[in-house]
Design a protein around this ligand. Sequence first.
Ligand SMILES: [Zn+2]
Length: 89
Amino acid sequence: MALRQRYRFRAPSTGREVIIEAQPGHVYHDRDSGEELEVVAKLTPLAPSPSNLPWSIENLRHCPWCQQMAQIDLNDCPTCGRRMEPQTA
Ligand SMILES: [Zn+2]
């Protein structure tokens, strides 16, 4: 299964950043302001994991978007790349 290339986008007025599996030729807009998002960076896969936590049940939660497991110290889901809500213990 090939992963789509992920890009970090920023809304110019608010500075809010989102990660999108962008497709060539598409223009993406901020969902609140509607302004056009600018590309900040192209994300490269990190090996083996961006988290420092061991892959154990105490350190995992489910991504609310794709339901895959992710370490709780991550802000962005390693599977789908979407921002997860802050963990409230
Ligand atoms: Zn996910």
